[in-house]
Write a protein that binds this ligand. Structure first.
Ligand code: PXP
Length: 252
C-alpha cells in the first residue's frame, strides 16, 4: 500500500522570540513562514500564548492574511483565544495546556480530567469550520477522551521520546507507536510534535498512522548555522526517507 502523505507544519514561534528580544520588527515571523513554505512546509504553526512572549496578535492576523497555506493556531482553551480563533478562522486549532511559568508546552492536555471544560471549545471551534486538534500524551485513555469530545484530530506530544536515551527512548517510541495505532482504531487523525530534530524525526515519520509533524524550535535553531531553507529541506528529506523506508518503499 502506498504510504499516506506526511505533512510538515513549521512552527515559527521562535523567530518571534528573537524579534522580541529587541522589540523591533526583525526577524519577521511572516517572512519566515513564507520562506518555510518555499522550502517545503505544508503548513505554518504558531502558538499565541497568553503572555504574548513570542507570537503577537498582529502576527496571527498577518499569517492568516498573507500565507496561502493552512495555518495551525496553537492555543489554550480560554475565551480570549477562542475569540481570536473565531476572528481569523485558521485552518486548524490545536488546544494545548498552558502555564505562564513553563518555558514551553511541557506536557499534553489532560483531556480525560478536563473534558467538561474543553467540550465547549471543541464544539465552538468545530462549528466555525476550524479543524480541532488536541495535544495529548501518547496515552490511550487521553485518546479515548478526545474521541468522546468529538475532536477529529489528536497531536501526540513526543517530547519525552526526543529527550530520552537508550532503553528509555525505545520504550517512549513504543508508547507513540501504540498511541498512533489506537488513534487510527478510534478514527482520529494523528499528528505528532514537540522536540523533534534531525536525530528523532525519522522514527516518528515512519509511523504510518502519523500524517502531520509540527516542528519549530530545532528548525529555527538550526537555521542559525545553515539557513532556514536548508534546515527545512534537510528535515523534509529525513521525514520523506523514513516514511518511504517504513513502508518498504525506500529507494536505495
Ligand atoms: N506541537 C505543539 C502542540 C506545540 O505546542 C509545539 C511547541 O510550541 C510544537 C508542536 C513544536 O515543538 P518544537 O518547537 O519543540 O518543535
Amino acid at each position: 500500500m502506498p504510504a499516506r502523505p506526511l505533512r510538515l507544519g513549521v512552527n515559527i514561534d521562535h523567530v518571534a522570540t528573537i524579534r522580541n528580544a529587541r522589540g523591533g520588527r526583525h526577524p519577521d515571523p511572516v517572512r519566515a513562514a513564507l520562506a518555510a513554505v518555499a522550502a517545503g512546509a505544508d503548513g505554518i504553526t504558531a502558538h499565541l500564548r497568553e503572555d504574548r512572549r513570542h507570537i503577537s496578535d498582529d502576527d496571527i492576523a498577518r499569517l492568516a492574511r498573507e500565507v496561502d497555506r493552512p495555518l495551525n493556531l496553537e492555543m489554550a482553551a480560554t475565551e480570549e483565544m477562542l475569540a481570536i480563533a473565531l476572528r481569523h478562522r485558521p485552518h486548524a486549532a490545536c488546544l494545548v495546556p498552558e502555564k505562564r511559568e513553563e518555558r514551553t508546552t511541557e506536557g499534553g492536555l489532560d483531556v480525560k480530567g478536563m473534558a467538561p471544560a474543553l467540550a465547549p471549545f471543541v464544539a465552538r471551534l468545530g462549528a466555525a469550520g476550524i479543524r480541532v486538534s488536541l495535544f495529548v500524551e501518547p496515552d490511550p485513555a487521553q485518546l479515548e477522551a478526545a474521541k468522546r469530545l468529538g475532536a477529529p484530530v489528536v497531536e501526540l506530544h513526543v517530547g519525552a521520546y526526543c529527550e530520552a536515551e537508550g532503553a528509555a527512548r525505545t520504550a517512549q517510541l513504543g508508547r507513540i507507536v501504540a498511541a498512533a495505532r489506537a488513534a487510527e482504531t478510534l478514527g482520529l487523525e494523528c499528528h505528532a510534535g514537540h522536540g523533534l530534530g534531525f536525530d528523532s524525526v525519522g522514527a516518528v515519520a515512519a509511523i504510518p498512522q502519523v500524517v502531520e509533524l509540527n516542528i519549530g524550535h530545532f528548525l529555527i535553531g538550526e537555521a542559525i548555522f545553515g539557513g532556514l531553507d536548508s534546515s527545512i529541506k534537510r528535515m523534509r528529506a529525513l521525514m520523506d526517507r523514513a516514511r518511504a523506508a517504513g513502508t518498504g518503499q525506500a529507494s536505495a
